[in-house]
Each structure stands twice: as C-alpha cells, then as structure tokens.
Design a protein around this ligand. Structure first.
Ligand code: COS
Length: 384
C-alpha cells in the first residue's frame, strides 16, 4: 500500500525501523521479563532526537506533527509496545502543555521535553474515576499564590520516571467536570509521592504507578489554562493522543503478523510448510487486510489533525477502537499460527498478545470510544 509519505516521513520511518530492529527488538524480552524501565534505550531515543518530533520548532522541536509520532510509535511497537510507550506516554503528558500552556510554561518545559532530558506523564485516572473521568476526587485548593493538591491518581504511564506531570484536579467539586482544572507539577515538588508500582500483564517495560498528592503545593504559575477548563483540556489531550495508542496497536499487530508469516513459511507439518494450507492462508490474508485498514485510518486521522482540523474526536476514537480490536485479534491469531510454541515464553509471540490487550483498555476503553463515536454520528445525523 502506498501512503504517499513525504521524503522526510519515509526517512523518519526508516530511521525508526532501524532503531526498533537494532536497539529495541534484541532486548524486548529481557525488559518484559524484568519489568524494568528501559533507560538506556530512552537515552538513545533522545540522542536520536525522537522526542523532538511533536514539539513546535519555537521550543527546540521539529514541528513534525502527530503523523511523525504515529510513524515512530508504530515502528517501535513492532518490536515492543512497552518500550514504545516511554515516547508515546511523554507525548500524552506534553499535549496539555501544548494545548493550554502559557508562553512561559512552554519555554520552561518544552525544550527539556524535546531533548528527552525530561519525560512527561498525564495524570487523569483515579481509583474511582476511570471511564467516568468527570468524577475525579483529587482536589486543588487555592491558598495565596499556590494551589494545594490532595488525592491519588493511578495507572499513570511514566509515573516515577517523568519530570513533568500534567494533572487534572478539581478546584470546585460542586461543579463536577466543569470544576476540573489542569496543573503542571514538577518532580521533586514536596507532597508529590510515587506509590504502588503496577505488576502488569503486558507492556511491562513501561513504568506504571500510583501518583499521590499529599498537601502538594503548586504555584499559580503552573496552572494550565484557566480554572474549570481541566476536563476540556483532558478531552482535547485524549483526542490528540488516541491516534498514538492506535499506532502502538498497529505496530503490535504488524509485529505479530511479521512473526506469524515467517513462522508459517518455515514450520512444516504433514510434509509441507503450514503456509500452504488454506486455513493458515485465510488467517494471514485477514490479518494483513485488517492491518492495512487500520494503517489507512490512523494515517488519515493524523494528517487531519496536522492539517489543523478543529474537531477530530470522532476519528480519533475510531482509530483507537479499530486499532485496539485489530491488534488483539491479530496477536491472538498469530499465537494460534504458532500453535503450542506460541503459548510458550521461549517464543516472542505471546508477548504481543499480552501487550495488545491494553490498547483496548487505556486512554479510554473501546466501549467509551464507541460512546464517543455514537454521540457524534447521532448528533451529525440530526443536522441532515
Ligand atoms: N473536546 C472538547 N471538549 C469536550 C470533549 C472534547 N473531545 N468532549 C467533551 N467535552 C466537553 C463537553 O463539551 C462538555 O462541556 P460543557 O460542560 O461546557 O457542556 C464537557 O466536556 C463534559 O462533556 P460530557 O458531558 O460529554 O462528559 P461525560 O461526563 O459524559 O464524559 C466521556 C464523556 C465518557 C467521553 C469522557 O468521560 C471520557 O472520555 N472518558 C474516558 C476517559 C479516559 O479516556 N480515561 C483514560 C485514562 S486517561 S490516559
């Protein structure tokens, strides 16, 4: 399939592919097994300027847009969906600053994020506020020139490894989602505490932990946007980042597929390669078709965002739902093609199935994505 990428995009994709095969693939199983954050690889990503891609040029970035993030995340995820997340999770944590940050906040943070010296994390989810993001209980009380944050965020990607935490807390609990406000909290701020480190099924190389605020004093200068805009900023952030999750899912699917095709060609049963059986061929054909369908949707949406379209919540949700479901199906079918070997940790394929599952869950479950899509299509039909 020709996606008519520009010369720069082809060069970027090829660079990311080389990095993925050369640096990530050889150590993916080890980091997965140890559930360790891949600092040496992250430093290499930074040296190769991958963190600059989605940052505007005014702040030492490359201005290469969501499309560049998608291309790189896809390539990295072919080798390891967990390691890819150090990059994609930082993009997620950076989007609130790009969307609502002041000039001073951008100048202070974006160059460090662009160089990869600092990573970012987005803190929305709480134990009692997952899909119902408007139900957050973390509070931010104004006290002089500061806000004092109290509450617990959990399942935070890049928690404990990031320098910048973009946090949604309630400045007016009586107003529900309209009382939510976004803040920038820096590592080292007294009262910012890292809690339980999660022991996950998949994406084990990604750092995921509880982030606790205990009388955490944040200066007024770290308010992102205005009081009461937090929920809107969170929703806009997710609209921008969901194509990145979709790209992660796409990479996981494509990586699993590559393994499955190679295995089907070399594995012999009944005296022939199993790729000569129609049962296997049809599985491979469906897998390849679904992967191309996802790639088309994800690239089209990323281009739509980069072109400056105002509302892409629907397309972004479509990317995430389709890519997550396809990743799960393709990875499961890849395990099936490997048969008993596929179930064993000696082979790389079971990891794809474990890594794929989260893409149907985080940054809004695929059920929530369907809600978002349904709301849009029903609203649009009313104007027909
Ligand atoms: N962009 C901008 N504003 C948006 C928006 C978007 N995509 N989606 C909603 N809003 C605004 C609405 O316009 C509304 O504004 P007003 O209060 O001014 O009317 C406000 O936000 C509340 O919207 P809504 O009533 O639709 O909120 P709900 O509580 O019904 O929740 C869903 C909507 C379910 C879509 C939201 O809670 C959600 O996305 N949940 C999943 C959260 C998630 O992804 N969690 C994963 C963890 S983050 S890594």
């Amino acid at each position: 399939m020709n996606y008519f990428l520009s010369e720069e995009q082809i060069a970027l994709r090829d660079l990311a592919r080389e990095f993925s095969q050369g640096k990530i693939a050889p150590v993916a199983a080890e980091y997965d097994q140890k559930a360790e954050f891949p600092w040496p690889i992250v430093k290499d990503m930074a040296r190769m300027d991958f963190f600059r891609l989605w940052i505007p040029a005014d702040y030492e970035g490359m201005d290469a847009g969501v499309m560049s993030l998608v291309l790189v995340t896809e390539e990295f995820s072919k080798a390891c969906g967990g390691i890819a997340l150090a990059l994609a999770g930082t993009a997620l944590g950076t989007f609130p600053i790009l969307i609502a940050g002041t000039e001073e906040q951008k100048k202070r943070t974006l160059p460090l994020l662009a160089s990869g010296e600092a990573l970012a994390a987005f803190c929305l989810t709480e134990p009692e506020a997952g899909s119902d993001a408007g139900a957050i209980q973390t509070t931010a009380r104004r006290d002089g020139d500061d806000y004092v944050l109290n509450g617990t965020k959990h399942f935070i990607t890049n928690g404990g490894v990031a320098r910048y935490y973009t946090v949604i807390a309630s400045t007016d609990p009586s107003r529900g989602s309209r009382g939510a406000t976004a803040f920038l909290v820096e590592e080292g701020t007294p009262g910012l505490i890292f809690g339980k480190k999660e022991d996950k099924m998949g994406i084990r190389a990604s750092a995921t932990c509880e982030v606790v605020f205990q009388d955490c004093r944040v200066p007024k200068a770290n308010l992102l946007g205005k009081e009461g805009q937090g929920f809107m900023i969170a929703m806009k952030t997710l609209d921008r980042s969901r194509p990145g999750v979709a790209a992660q899912a796409l990479g996981i699917a494509a990586g699993a597929f590559d393994h499955a095709v190679r295995y089907a060609r070399t594995r012999r049963q009944f005296g022939v390669s199993i790729a000569s059986f129609q049962a296997i061929q049809f599985m491979l054909a469906d897998m390849a078709t679904e992967i191309e369908a996802v790639r088309s949707l994800v690239y089209a949406t990323a281009r739509m965002i980069d072109a400056g379209e105002k509302d892409f919540a629907r397309e972004s949700a479509m990317c995430k739902v389709k890519a997550g479901d396809v990743a799960m199906k393709v990875a499961t079918d890849a395990v099936q093609i490997f048969g008993g070997y596929g179930y064993m940790k000696d082979y790389p394929i079971e990891k794809y199935m474990r890594d794929a599952k989260i893409t149907q869950i985080y940054e809004g479950t695929n059920q929530i994505q369907r809600n978002v899509i349904a709301r849009h299509v029903i609203k649009e039909s009313a104007s027909l």
